[in-house]
Design a binder for this molecule. Structure first.
Ligand code: HEM
Length: 503
C-alpha cells in the first residue's frame, strides 16, 4: 500500500452512482446475472452502456444502470492475467469454492455453496457480470426490456434477482437502511492512522473506493499499469503513483448475497420463547436486532440527535454503546452491535496518559477481551441491499402464513477491502461464537446454528440482566439461509471502458 498524497479531487462523473446513492426513491429494481457468450459483442455493450454516475442531478434520473464484474467475467472478456491478478485475492478467488472461506463466512450446512442457486462452480451458475437496474415506480419493466434486448448479442442471462418494495422494512418487519457510514466526499478528513478516541461515522473515501487513501492513510493495492498499456489514454493516473494508470480508481468491490429469510419460522420461534406474550415476543425480537421494529435503537440516543432532527434516519443513528458496556439495554450479541460495535481505536477507558498507555500496551485484561471489537472504523460496510419476495406481517407470519415462500434480502455491500470489511465483519463479528467474550452464540439473525469443530454449540442467544444472571435462549433455529453469492468489482466508468477495450 502506498502512503497518501494530499489532493482533493473526486471524479463524481467517473464513479458509479451506487457508491453515493442508495436509490431509495427508485423503489423498483432487478439484478441481472449474465454470462458472456460472445466476447466481442459483450465488450461492445460494456463499452457503450450508459452507466449512471455519482453526480447529483435535479431532478434525479428516473432510472439507473450499474455494472459489476466477477474475476471470471474479467477472464471471459479477455482481460490480461496480470491485471486480474493485481486485484485482491478474495476477489480473484471468489466467494465460494474454498472450504476454509465458506466455513469462515458461515456458508455451511443448508447454506453450503454446493446447494446455492447461483454463484457456485465455474459453469452456468457462476455469473460473469451483474447488471443492476433501478427505476422510479412504473418504469422498471420498460427499462428491463430495453436492456435485455441489448444484452442478447453478447450475453446469456442466467439469473434475474427480482426485488420487492416493503416500504423501508426488511422481511422480518424491521425498518432497515438506517445506519450507514458517511463518506468524506470533500476529503476534509486527514488521511492517516491518527488515533481516534471516540466513534465517528465519517469515513475516508479510500475505505470504499480504490485509488484514494483509506483510514490508515494508505492506498489499497489495485492494478496499476505502465502508460503504454493504455494507448488511448482512457484511464486516470494513480494519485499515489502518477507515472501509472489506475485501473482501480473510482472502483469498489461489491458483495452480493441472496439471503433467504424464514419469516414465519422467526416469529413463531420467538413466540414460543415468549410463552405467547406479544409484548415479550416483540421485546425479544428487538433484543436480537438491537433496534425496535420502528428503528429506534435500544440504547439511548445522544441528546444532540433530537436537535439534529429533520433527518429522521440520521437522528436514529446518533448513538454508541459507551453508556451500555455490559449490554443491559442492547445485548452485546444483538445484530447491529455485532455488525458495528461503534468503538473507537482503544477499548473504553479514561483519556488520561496512564489509562491510554495501559490500554495501548494491552495490560488491561478486560481490554484484551474487547480487542476483537475495537477499531470499528476499519471494518465499516456501505450497505445497498434490497428485499425480495412477498411481504408478510409479523402477525400473519405467526399464523404460519407465507411458509415455504421464497423471501429475503439481496444483501449488497461495497468496500475497498473485501477481507478487512465484509469478510471480517461476517466472520469475526457476526458468525463468531466467541465475539466480545461471549460463548456458544453467533449472530441471532444470521447464525447457521451448526456446532463448532469442538462441538461447541452456537445456537444460543443471551441478554444480560441488571439483577441476576443473563437471560439465555437455547436451540435457536436457523432463520437465514444463503441461496447464492459472489464477489464483483464495480469499476469506475473509465476503467469499465478500458476493461471492455481490446487489451
Ligand atoms: C437477512 C439478513 C439480514 C437482516 C434481516 C438484517 C437486518 C438488519 C437490520 C434490521 C438492521 C438495522 C437497521 C439499520 O441500522 O440499517 C441492520 C443493520 C446492519 N446490518 Fe444487517 N441484516 C442482515 C444481514 C446482514 C449482513 C450479512 C451483514 C454484514 C455482513 C449486515 C450488516 C449490518 C450492518 C453493518 C448494520 C448497521 C449496524 C450499525 O451501524 O448500527 N447485515 N441489519
Amino acid at each position: 500500500m502506498g502512503a497518501a498524497s494530499a489532493t482533493a479531487a473526486v471524479e463524481l462523473e467517473d464513479i458509479q452512482g451506487l457508491v453515493r446513492f442508495a436509490y431509495k426513491r427508485h423503489t423498483e429494481a432487478v439484478f441481472l446475472l449474465l454470462r458472456v457468450t460472445d466476447r466481442v459483442a459483450a465488450r461492445a455493450w460494456l463499452a457503450r452502456a450508459v452507466i449512471t454516475n455519482a453526480v447529483t442531478r435535479e431532478p434525479a434520473p428516473s432510472t439507473a444502470l450499474q455494472v459489476a464484474l466477477t474475476s471470471g467475467g474479467l477472464r471471459a472478456l479477455g482481460v490480461a492475467d496480470d491485471i486480474i491478478g493485481s486485484f485482491s485475492s478474495e476477489f480473484v478467488e471468489g466467494m465460494a469454492g474454498d472450504p476454509s472461506r465458506s466455513r469462515r463466512l458461515g456458508d455451511e450446512g443448508a447454506s453450503d455453496p454446493t446447494r446455492w442457486q447461483w454463484g457456485w462452480g465455474s459453469g452456468e451458475r457462476m455469473p460473469h457480470v451483474a447488471v443492476l437496474l433501478y427505476a422510479l415506480p412504473g418504469l422498471l419493466h420498460g427499462l428491463q426490456q430495453t436492456i435485455e434486448a441489448q444484452l442478447r448479442a453478447g450475453f446469456e442471462i442466467t439469473g434475474r434477482l427480482t426485488t420487492s418494495n416493503l416500504g423501508g422494512t426488511e422481511p422480518f418487519g424491521f425498518v432497515d437502511g438506517i445506519s450507514q457510514p458517511e463518506l468524506d466526499w470533500s476529503r476534509r478528513r486527514p488521511a492517516g492512522d491518527v488515533m481516534q478516541r471516540s466513534y465517528l461515522n465519517l469515513s475516508c473515501l479510500g475505505e470504499y473506493l480504490l485509488g484514494y487513501p483509506n483510514e490508515y492513510g494508505l492506498y489499497t493495492p489495485r492494478p496499476l499499469l505502465e502508460p503504454h498499456r493504455d494507448p488511448q489514454g482512457i484511464l486516470l493516473r494513480a494519485e499515489d503513483a502518477p507515472g501509472s494508470c489506475d485501473v482501480g480508481r473510482n472502483g469498489s468491490y461489491l458483495v452480493l448475497r441472496q439471503l433467504r429469510q424464514d419469516v414465519p419460522g422467526f416469529w413463531q420461534a420467538l413466540d414460543r420463547y415468549a410463552g405467547g406474550v406479544a409484548s415479550r415476543r416483540e421485546q425479544l425480537a428487538s433484543a436480537m436486532v438491537g433496534r425496535k421494529l420502528d428503528g429506534q435503537p435500544l440504547v439511548a440516543l445522544q441528546s444532540s440527535a433530537a436537535a439534529a432532527g429533520d433527518d429522521p434516519q440520521a437522528s436514529l443513528n446518533a448513538f454508541d454503546y459507551r453508556s451500555d458496556p455490559q449490554g443491559l439495554r442492547c445485548p452485546l450479541g444483538a445484530h447491529i452491535r455485532r455488525a458495528n460495535p461503534r468503538n473507537a481505536d482503544l477499548p473504553p477507558g479514561g483519556n488520561g496518559l496512564v489509562s491510554t498507555l495501559v490500554r495501548i500496551l494491552g495490560f488491561d485484561s478486560h481490554a484484551r477481551e474487547q480487542d476483537l471489537v475495537a477499531s470499528t472504523r476499519f471494518h465499516r460496510l456501505l450497505r445497498r441491499g434490497r428485499e425480495y419476495g412477498p411481504g408478510v406481517t409479523p402477525t400473519e407470519a405467526l399464523t404460519g402464513a407465507g411458509a415455504g415462500e421464497d423471501r429475503g434480502l439481496h444483501f449488497l455491500c461495497l468496500g475497498a477491502n473485501l477481507q478487512r470489511q465484509f469478510e471480517f465483519v461476517q466472520d469475526a463479528w457476526l458468525m463468531s461464537a466467541k465475539f466480545d467474550g461471549m460463548r456458544e452464540e453467533s449472530d441471532p439473525l444470521l447464525g447457521n446454528r451448526l456446532p463448532l469443530g469442538s462441538a461447541m454449540p452456537t445456537d444460543r442467544f443471551s441478554a444480560a440482566q441488571p439483577n441476576g444472571p443473563s437471560q439465555r435462549l437455547t436451540g435457536l433455529p436457523q432463520f437465514v439461509t444463503v441461496l447464492g453469492g459472489a464477489y464483483f468489482f464495480l469499476p469506475g466508468i473509465r476503467a469499465l471502458r478500458y476493461l471492455s477495450s481490446a487489451i
